[in-house]
Design a protein around this ligand. Sequence first.
Ligand code: URA
Length: 433
Amino acid sequence: MSMYEIIRKTKHLRPLTSEEIKKLIDGYVSGSIPDYQVAAWLMAVNLNSLTDEETLCLTMAMKDSGDVVDLSGINNVTVDKHSTGGVGDKTSLIIGPVVAACGVSVPKMSGKGLGHTGGTIDKLESIPGCRTDASFSDFIDYVRNTGFSIVSQSGNLVPADKKLYALRDATATVDSIPLIASSIMSKKLAMGADCILLDVKTGSGAFMKTTEDAQALARLMVATGKNAGKKCMAVITDMDIPLGKAVGNSLEVIEVTEILKNNVRGRLYELCIELSADMLMMAGKGTKEECIRLSEDAISSGRALDVFRRSIAQQGGDIRFTEDYSVLGEAKKKHVVYSLRDGYISGMDSEEIGLASLALGAGRKTKEAPVDYTAGIMLEKEYGDYVKKGEKLMTLFTSSECSMEQTEEKVLSALKISDTAPPERSIVIKVIE
Ligand code: URA
């Protein structure tokens, strides 16, 4: 079947066979099928969607387009975790050490941040000396030593996704649920872990703005993972407000350390315990309640902090920062934002907060742009807190020439302050098994 016929089939809602999908992906990666034909097919998918069966075939063909990681050298049950991305989402740096401290290995490859959402690799690289460009054999050694490592995506992993994502970006076809599901799941399957936990964010700071879309994406990814032979589950979580108090790389590393030192409670801690317990449960460590207790104990006993410190040290990081945060460096400028009125914090648009943090230099507007690791926002008040006029709301940090006054305007307009207390929000919206 020609590419022309493949496009026609999807245009007329006739399902493609796995051979046709494989031919499309292999032809695109090898260069024998041109961009313009694949762009036309992507638009047909965007408008007409794909069946679950087609999504599975697309995921497998994408996964097989490059190397597949062999984790057998770890000799332990392995669990991978993926977040669809958000503002202040530093959970991987907490959950990895917690799960590893409970005897389950967490090998993870991650990406850099782009736009208003942060990336775990940038957070790690904000620690002086910490390297994320390990060779594959070093990565396996790291996981064998401490049970946990996060490095940058390397090697020829899912080249089909790199090409397809760039084309989707240029043709307004990113926002298709089967295309997002196959993009994420092909990379997770190529990583080779036994179990996969998906944290699908929903709300203003997330890719999926509505719970319905997040649920559809989560359901499709879980079905794809299971049909590919993995243990897989998804948790839909709230990203309408930022996660935790810190937004920005080294500020988030400090917040991670404080959680691992058992000094902080709240939504971030709660989510980390919940997700760690799900990962342990998939790895066969017990019931949900037992795994919650294991996760809490990993933090309160200091074992998770120990894994974190040893993992960062083996990647070259200067772990003196866990005792002295000034080791992480300090932004040249600080600016405190005060409340203009009394009331309860009843909204905090996380996309706007993420964009303000980006403006301060904490993120990248383009793929190659440099990042100011010390830049960002530290929230002093959170959703539901009561604030008095003139009280501190947050502190902005930057070393760049950006205007603090303009950023202050931006963050103030992201906040909603009302006379009555807002309803409680649960961090976990739904679990999809
Ligand atoms: N993240 C991915 O990895 N792929 C997508 O298509 C969207 C978000």
